[in-house]
Design a protein around this ligand. Structure first.
Ligand code: HEM
Length: 510
C-alpha cells in the first residue's frame, strides 16, 4: 500500500512540474502569429509566471510557511492568512510550489468568480479533500466500489451519481415533505436545551455538542426516517453510537485541513495525523452503515420499498430510482459526513449573532409571531415562505461567517482570469469569506444588517438595492452546488423559529 501511495505522490509531483505554464501560452501565441490571425484573449493576457504571490524557496516551495515557529501562516487561522494575502498582493494571488499538489490561485474579486462559474464545464472538478478521495478509491474500494458518491469524487463517477440523486435532493418539493420530522427534531432540541440550563440560566460549555446532536438527529430523520434518540431526556445511547459519530465527524473536519495544507507526508507513509483521520472515517462508515442496515430492514418488512408516498424517507426515494442499496448507502454516508458540522456551525453562528443584536431579535420575533400567532401551530412551508426577515438573518450570518470560507475548482482548460493566463490543471480558490466581508460589495461589512437582504422598497433602513450575485455564495454555485442545501435551509429556518417562538429571546443560548 505504501508503495502505491509513493507512486501516487510521484505522479502528482509530475503533474505540478508538468503544468503547461509557459509552454501553452507560447504555443498559442506563436500559432496565431504564424497563422497571421488576430491575437486571442489568451495571447493578450499576462503570463502565469507574472501572477503576484509569496515567493517559494528553493526545495521547500511555499509549504514551509505553514510549519509552526518557522513559517507565519497558521492553518488554524487560514482566514487571516487569506486576508493578508489579499492586502499584500491584490485581486488575484498565486500560492505556487506546494509540494505534492498543484499551484493554487486565490480569487478575491466577485466578477472573476462569476466568470469561472459562468463558463463551468459539464463535470466541474472541485479539488478539495484528496485524502478522502484516496480513502474512497483506494483504501475502502471494497465498500465504495465504482459508486463512490459526491464528496471528493470527480469526472464520470461524480456525474453518474449526481444525476441519480439531484432531483430527490434538490427539488424544492422534496424538502417540504420533511417539515414534520424536521420540526419535531427542532422541538426536541429546544426542550432539551431548556432542561440543560443551570441554576444561573447558563448553557453548558459544550453547548455546540448539543447543536451537533440536533443536526445529526435531523439528518437521520430526513435520510433514513430513523430517530436516533440523542435528544431524548433519557440520554441512553446503547452503543455510544451517536456521540462517537459526532466525535468522528469533528475529528475528520479538524484533520482534513491539516492533511491538505501541510506537506502531504501521508502520501508516503502513515503519519499519526493520517492514522487518526482514517480511524475517524472508518468510525463514520461503520456507524452509518449500521443505521442504514436497520432502516433497510424496517423498510423491507413494512411494505414495498418501491412504493413512494409523501411520507417516504429519502432512502426509500433513492431506492425507487436505483434499487442497488449501495447508492442510497453511499449518499447517506456523504450526508452524515458533511451535513452535521456544517449545519450546526451555521446555527451556532446565527444564534450568536442574534444574541449580540437584541434589536434584530425583536424584529425577528415580531415577524414570527405575526406569521405563527399561536405557539403550538405546526410549521408549514407556507409559513416559512413568509418569514423573510428570518431568511435575511440567516443570509447575513452566512455572509459574515460563511461555513465554507473558500471553495474551488480545478481548471480543466487554459483560461484567462483577471488578465492572467491560468493554465489547465491549476486549482482556483474562490475566497468567499474575504469577499463577502469587503465594503466594496457590502457597505459596513462588519455590521450585522439582515436588512441588506430585503428587497428595496421595504420600509426598513439599509434595504438592499443590488448585491453582486457572486459576492456571497455560502452553498457554492452551479452543477456542484451543495446538494443538501434545501435540507440545510429547512432545518436552520425551523430550529431558529422554534427557538424564537416561545420567548422572543435567544440570548440564553450563548
Ligand atoms: C449550512 C449548511 C451547509 C453549507 C454552508 C454547505 C456548503 C456547501 C458548499 C459550499 C459545497 C460546495 C459547493 C460547490 O462546490 O459549488 C457543498 C457541497 C456539498 N454539500 Fe453542503 N453545505 C451545508 C449543508 C449540507 C447538508 C445538510 C448536506 C447533506 C444533507 C450537504 C451535502 C453536501 C454534498 C453531498 C456536497 C457535494 C456536492 C457535489 O459535489 O456534487 N451539505 N456544501
Amino acid at each position: 500500500m505504501a508503495a502505491r501511495r509513493k507512486m501516487a505522490a510521484v505522479l502528482t509531483r509530475t503533474f505540478v512540474v508538468g503544468c503547461r505554464n509557459k509552454s501553452s501560452a507560447v504555443s498559442a501565441s506563436v500559432m496565431s502569429e504564424l497563422e497571421g490571425g488576430e491575437l486571442t484573449e489568451w495571447d493578450r493576457a499576462r503570463p502565469y509566471s507574472e501572477l503576484p504571490g509569496p515567493r517559494p524557496l528553493p526545495l521547500l516551495g511555499n509549504n514551509w510557511r505553514f510549519i509552526p515557529y518557522i513559517g507565519d501562516y497558521r492553518i488554524q487561522e487560514v482566514d487571516k492568512v487569506c486576508r493578508r494575502l489579499h492586502a499584500q498582493y491584490g485581486r488575484v494571488v498565486k500560492l505556487a510550489s506546494l509540494l505534492g499538489r498543484p499551484d493554487m490561485v486565490f480569487l478575491f474579486d466577485a466578477d472573476d468568480i462569476e466568470r469561472v462559474f459562468r463558463t463551468e464545464e459539464l463535470m466541474p472538478h472541485r479539488p478539495s479533500m484528496p485524502s478522502l478521495n484516496y480513502y474512497k478509491h483506494v483504501l475502502r474500494k471494497d465498500f465504495f466500489g465504482d459508486n463512490p458518491g459526491l464528496i471528493a469524487v470527480h469526472g464520470e463517477s461524480w456525474c453518474k451519481f449526481r444525476t441519480k440523486v439531484q432531483q430527490p435532493m434538490l427539488q424544492p418539493r422534496t424538502a417540504k415533505l420533511y417539515v414534520r420530522q424536521v420540526e419535531q427534531t427542532a422541538k426536541d432540541f429546544v426542550q432539551r436545551a431548556r432542561a440543560l440550563k443551570d441554576e444561573n440560566q447558563e448553557m453548558p460549555d459544550d453547548f455546540i455538542n448539543e447543536i451537533h446532536k440536533w443536526s445529526l438527529e435531523s439528518i437521520a430523520r430526513v435520510a433514513l426516517d430513523q430517530k436516533l434518540g440523542c435528544l431524548d431526556s433519557d440520554t441512553s445511547d446503547p452503543h455510544g453510537d451517536t456521540q462517537s459519530l459526532i466525535d468522528a465527524v469533528t475529528t475528520f473536519f479538524k484533520l482534513v485541513g491539516i492533511l491538505e495544507l501541510k506537506i502531504p507526508f501521508w502520501r508516503l507513509f502513515n503519519t499519526p495525523t493520517w492514522n487518526k483521520y482514517i480511524a475517524s472515517l472508518d468510525t463514520i462508515t461503520s456507524i452509518v452503515s449500521r443505521h442504514i442496515e436497520v432502516a433497510l430492514t424496517r423498510l423491507r418488512s413494512t411494505g414495498d420499498p418501491q412504493e413512494i408516498t409523501d411520507q417516504s424517507s429519502l432512502l426509500q426515494r433513492i431506492l425507487a430510482l436505483d434499487p442497488d442499496p449501495r447508492t442510497a448507502c453511499v449518499l447517506a454516508l456523504d450526508m452524515f459526513l458533511v451535513g452535521i458540522d456544517t449545519t450546526s456551525t451555521a446555527v451556532a453562528s446565527i444564534l450568536y449573532q442574534l444574541s449580540l443584536h437584541p434589536d434584530k431579535q425583536q424584529l425577528l420575533y415580531e415577524e414570527i409571531r405575526s406569521v405563527l400567532p399561536l405557539v403550538d401551530t405546526s410549521i408549514t412551508t407556507q409559513h416559512l415562505e413568509k418569514l423573510v426577515y428570518l431568511k435575511a438573518c440567516i443570509r447575513e450570518t452566512l455572509r459574515m461567517f460563511p461555513v465554507v470560507i473558500g471553495n474551488g475548482r480545478c481548471m480543466m482548460r487554459d483560461t484567462v482570469i483577471a488578465g492572467y493566463q491560468i493554465p489547465a490543471g491549476t486549482q482556483v480558490v474562490f475566497q468567499h469569506y474575504v469577499i463577502s466581508n469587503m465594503d466594496r460589495y457590502f457597505p459596513e461589512p462588519e455590521r450585522f444588517l439582515p436588512e441588506r437582504w430585503l428587497k428595496s422598497g421595504s420600509c426598513l433602513e439599509h434595504a438592499s438595492t443590488k448585491i453582486h450575485p457572486f459576492a456571497s455564495l455560502p452553498f457554492g454555485y452551479g452543477r456542484r452546488m451543495c446538494v443538501g442545501r434545501r435540507f440545510a435551509e429547512l432545518e436552520i429556518q425551523t430550529v431558529i423559529t422554534k427557538k424564537t417562538i416561545p420567548k422572543r429571546c435567544v440570548t440564553e443560548f450563548v
